[in-house]
Design a protein around this ligand. Structure first.
Ligand SMILES: [Fe+2]
Length: 306
């Protein structure tokens, strides 16, 4: 794929011509009339001051806007490196991410990732944060890191999948007891036929480790939800239509029972060093129509600076 400067990209996008990728992008600009809801799922931005990320995130936002989503869902890890760094040192990363956030033109519903936990194990000698989620909530204007909402007949649930455990791993994927109680209560108000979309950073289901390390391999606790069966069981009497998940930086779609699980690739690809395991820097455009889920992974055209 040719490499575009930001100016070239914006000029090309304005004209809706040029490369085959841009033609593909143009095709996505008009939402078909029979589609109930179009959403963009983007994840793992890993905003940083290096490797051209400040330009890339604006390019990604521009590309997301051209797909004309009704709503935008974030999968976490908006900044890079918060877990092991101080709040102060993360401000430039937040500023870069927020430039992308402000540039997107649809309501945004974010889930938190491990990199968005700031000052958990700072390696610069600073005092650990008492509340590692505080900067995230303040920056994104959230009173809580998990919540639900309804739109166009769909029930959306956004979960905080991060459980800080210390030690070498630092964290694992798990819902705390307060959130489990909340989730049970939330579902008790939802009809069994209502289609539900769940978003969380740590995957509830993935084949990545089976595919890359052998089918008998399990996943490390800091890569997936260790309580995935418990969580999925809560939805046994409900219509869990779609699960959106991040963290792994690969584009993957799994259909299990009547649920589609989408692992959302990454805006940063391989941490701004190019594609990762065949997944380019990109995001998903997902069209929902009743219980039908149609998806497309969009490469927004960024090529890593080498
Ligand atoms: Fe992550």
């Amino acid at each position: 794929m040719p490499r575009y400067s930001r100016r070239q990209w914006l000029q090309c996008n304005a004209a809706l011509i040029a490369s085959s990728y841009l033609v593909g992008c143009a095709e996505l600009t008009a939402k078909p009339k029979n589609i109930g809801l179009r959403l963009v799922f983007y994840t793992d931005v890993h905003a940083m001051s290096q490797r051209g990320a400040a330009d890339a995130v604006l390019m990604a936002a521009e590309s997301i806007n051209h797909t004309r989503p009704d709503l935008i869902i974030g999968g976490g890890d908006y900044i890079d490196g918060g877990f092991s760094r101080s709040s102060q040192s993360m401000n430039p990363h937040w500023d870069i991410y927020m430039s992308m956030h402000r540039a997107m033109h649809a309501p945004i519903y974010p889930a938190i990732g491990n990199h968005d936990l700031v000052g958990v194990q700072p390696q610069d000698g600073s005092v650990p944060n008492r509340d590692p989620r505080e900067d995230y909530r303040q920056r994104l204007g959230l009173s809580r890191t998990w919540y639900s909402f309804d739109q166009s007949g769909y029930h959306f649930i956004v979960l905080d999948s991060m459980n800080i455990i210390g030690g070498d791993d630092g964290y694992e994927g798990r819902l705390n007891s307060e959130q489990l109680t909340w989730l049970k209560d939330d579902l008790s108000h939802i009809a069994s036929t209502t289609p539900i979309v769940v978003t969380l950073h740590m995957p509830l289901l993935t084949n990545l480790f089976a595919a890359t390390e052998g089918i008998l391999s399990g996943a490390p606790a800091n890569r997936v939800m260790v309580d995935n069966v418990t969580i999925l069981d809560l939805f046994a009497q409900h219509n869990l239509l779609l699960v959106l998940q991040g963290h792994l930086h690969v584009a993957e779609v799994i259909r299990w029972r009547n649920t589609t699980f989408i692992t959302g690739g990454a805006i940063c690809g391989n941490w701004w060093r190019g594609q990762r395991m065949g997944t380019e820097e990109g995001f998903y455009v997902i069209d929902l129509n009743g219980n039908q889920v149609d998806w497309q992974y969009v490469d927004y055209g960024w090529n890593a600076i080498t």
